[in-house]
Design a protein around this ligand. Structure first.
Ligand SMILES: C[S@@+](CC[C@H](N)C(=O)[O-])C[C@H]1O[C@@H](n2cnc3c(N)ncnc32)[C@H](O)[C@@H]1O
Length: 311
């Protein structure tokens, strides 16, 4: 099992700009790469959430290296107001999100995230709720096709759903290898080098973990927790995530996509903004980082700053 290489860590740190005595939240602790960078950059306090108990357990070593400064909480970031409230935390000076799964999760066969390896068809980041196997063995054909289409942007969703139903009538689908083979049997390779099972695995993972619902709840709560001058930094990895992040930030900064035909694609002001966009466009990783870490290829960083009162 390999470690997790943090993506756009330098850009995240520069944008969050942690300062002495500040209080920050890492909403997706993972392998603790971002957390360690923040702890090393300024004598601040860092709260860190992850829904994966393995990530929280691994974090104990980092907490021991920064006594009294890193506080780990197992839970979902969509519940951060409750989780931090229970710990007595009020306003935050910054929140960072690094969405999706960690390499620890992807590379552990038993977690069942990867179509490159065979493991139980699980895909849960946490330990509760239905697994991917529960979904593929119980959802109706129409519901499966809908998940694959909506969350995987899979054009062959109906054909795949039909193949899954046919296969499970013979025997339950229990492993990642079985599911990947079913998808590959009906989706031809397209010459891009991307495995035909990629989109279906993404769709099931998003559904199993309600990832888009978590992002919507997590961003709204992070915005609620930020004090004046506080910053929200989000790194996303695919278009469905990035679309939610962009919409949220554009709206929070008092702008909305223009309906005007005189300004197509433009932005217009809505209510008085409480936030400003730190940069109008998403930041992308540099070529050197992509060469070093192919997982960075699709990353996009977006960030907001909470304005002073009545700004
Ligand atoms: C890409 S990794 C983060 C890596 C981290 N920035 C680092 O430098 O090591 C994402 C982590 O977020 C966690 N995660 C994803 N969705 C979550 C949610 N809704 N609530 C809490 N943790 C979540 C995953 O379990 C995973 O460990």
């Amino acid at each position: 099992m390999s470690g997790h290489i943090p993506v756009m860590q330098a850009e995240v740190l520069a944008t969050l700009a942690p300062h002495a005595n500040g209080t920050y939240l890492d909403a997706t602790f993972g392998g603790g790469g971002y957390a360690e960078a923040v702890l090393a950059a300024a004598p601040c306090t860092l709260w860190a959430i992850d829904r994966d108990p393995d990530a929280i357990a691994r974090g104990a070593a980092l907490a021991a290296r920064y006594p009294g400064r890193l506080h780990l909480i197992e839970g979902r970031f969509g519940d951060m107001v409750t989780l931090l409230g229970a710990a007595g935390v009020g306003a935050l000076d910054g929140v960072m999100f690094d969405l999706g799964v960690s390499s620890f999760q992807l590379d552990t066969d038993a977690r069942g995230f990867s179509f490159r390896r065979s493991g139980p068809l699980d895909m849960r980041m946490g330990r509760s709720g239905p697994t991917a196997a529960d979904l593929v063995n119980t959802l109706s054909e129409a519901a499966l096709a809908d998940v694959l289409y909506r969350l995987g942007e899979e054009r062959r969703s109906r054909r795949i759903a039909r193949a899954i139903i046919a296969a499970r009538e013979v025997a339950p689908i229990e492993t990642t290898g079985q599911l990947a083979d079913i998808v590959r049997s009906v989706v031809p390779k397209d010459g891009s080098g991307i495995d035909p099972a990629t989109r279906s695995f993404q769709a099931l993972r998003l559904e199993v973990n309600d990832e888009l619902g978590e992002i919507t709840r997590g961003l709204a709560q992070a915005a609620e927790l930020l004090g004046p001058g506080g910053r929200l930094v989000v790194v996303s990895f695919h278009s469905l995530e990035d679309r939610l992040v962009k919409q949220f930030m554009v709206t929070a900064s008092g702008r909305a996509p223009s309906p005007s035909r005189h300004d197509p694609g433009g932005l217009r002001r809505t209510a008085a903004p409480r936030f400003r966009l730190i940069s109008a466009r998403a930041l992308r990783p540099g070529e050197a980082e992509i060469a070093r870490n192919p997982r960075a290829r699709s990353a996009r960083l977006r960030a907001l700053e909470r304005l002073e009162m009545h700004a």
